[in-house]
Design a protein around this ligand. Structure first.
Ligand code: SF4
Ligand code: SF4
Ligand code: SF4
Length: 302
């Protein structure tokens, strides 16, 4: 039986409605309003050379292991599409250039720091927060390890420290919060990029920059700024030469995903839904968002 994404969303909506006892007035998760000064990064995938220095500097800045990062020239890592893990918050993956197989395109994957983050909406104890400055932050002291955030994220970003038996944490890119909000620096990955494939700045200005690039060079770019509207908008945005459907970025509409997940969360308290059922419901919602485009990458199983 074929079930369309629309059907799945409807089913999830119905399930959410049942959980909240038909209460259509469930509050919306409140996120700080995105300001004109909110930070963002624009990745121009047509410029990236796949040097992986951004990966290395991310690990360095976050005091993560550098062992597996020592050989940047090792292109064998591109044989598989890697996902961010608890040991590496960002990865560069390759995707084919149909016009020049000698010169593939590269794409950087990390937390998108969504404007209305589903992970925050799914976190019932407030361990994940959308800060007023823009980055989505994590407080390990509040985290109860439920991993709902991992199921809710449409970009499959949060990773879990399964290897730590005593105090496992959820790990993801923090947008170099201290560097960009207190030290006036760029994120570590942006700072080291030798080709200016990554531009850090005010999100609003990055949107203008992206459209001016497209207009100045309409042949070079696919006419779509990924992240401007997807899932309600993200802080990280992308330009590409190819249709984004040919990359590993998921095809998402502009509706913020918390509108679905928060209904489920409200239902937890009203109906005492056991976690396994909640995983199922959140999973159903996220599957519906990913079903058409989940081509690559291995997810850390919840
Ligand atoms: S990409 Fe995922 S983890 Fe990052 S802010 Fe968005 S929902 Fe949260
Ligand atoms: S695992 Fe994720 S959703 Fe659960 S408490 Fe921790 S941060 Fe929140
Ligand atoms: S440092 Fe810049 S050019 Fe190198 S892989 Fe990262 S984004 Fe691409």
């Amino acid at each position: 039986m074929n079930i369309s994404r629309r059907d799945l969303i409807k089913m999830a909506g119905v399930a959410g409605g049942i959980l909240i006892g038909g209460d259509a007035k469930a509050e919306n998760a409140s996120f700080p309003p995105s300001t004109d000064d909110a930070p963002g990064v624009l990745m121009d995938t047509t410029i990236c050379i796949g040097c992986r220095k951004c990966e290395w500097n991310c690990n360095q800045a976050n005091k993560l292991s550098l062992e597996e990062m020592s050989v940047f020239e090792d292109k064998s890592v591109f044989k598989t599409h890697r996902r961010p893990t608890e040991k590496a918050f960002t990865t560069i993956n390759v995707f084919e250039n149909p016009e020049n197989t000698e010169k593939p395109f590269y794409i950087k994957i990390q937390c998108m720091h969504c404007i209305k983050p589903a992970c925050v909406s799914a976190c019932i104890v407030g361990a994940l927060q959308k800060s007023k400055e823009g980055p989505v932050t994590y407080d390990a002291a509040k985290c109860m390890g439920c991993r709902y955030c991992m199921v809710a994220c449409p970009f499959q970003i949060p990773a879990y420290e399964y290897s730590d038996a005593f105090s496992p944490e959820v790990r993801k890119c923090g947008f170099c919060f201290d560097r960009i909000t207190k030290e006036g620096k760029k994120p570590a990955c942006v700072e080291i990029c030798p080709n200016e494939a990554l531009t850090f700045g005010k999100r609003k200005e990055l949107v203008e920059l992206a459209y001016s690039k497209i207009h100045q060079n309409p042949v070079r770019y696919f006419h779509h700024l990924y992240g401007e509207h997807e899932a309600g908008g993200t802080s990280w945005m992308y330009l590409s030469a190819l249709d984004f459907a040919k990359t590993e970025l998921p095809s998402l509409d502009s509706k913020p995903i918390p509108e679905f997940t928060e209904k489920i969360q409200h239902g937890i308290f009203k109906a005492f839904i056991p976690p396994i059922a909640l995983y199922g419901l959140l999973g159903l919602i996220m599957y519906s968002f990913r079903a058409s485009d989940d081509k690559e990458g291995e997810r850390n199983d919840v």
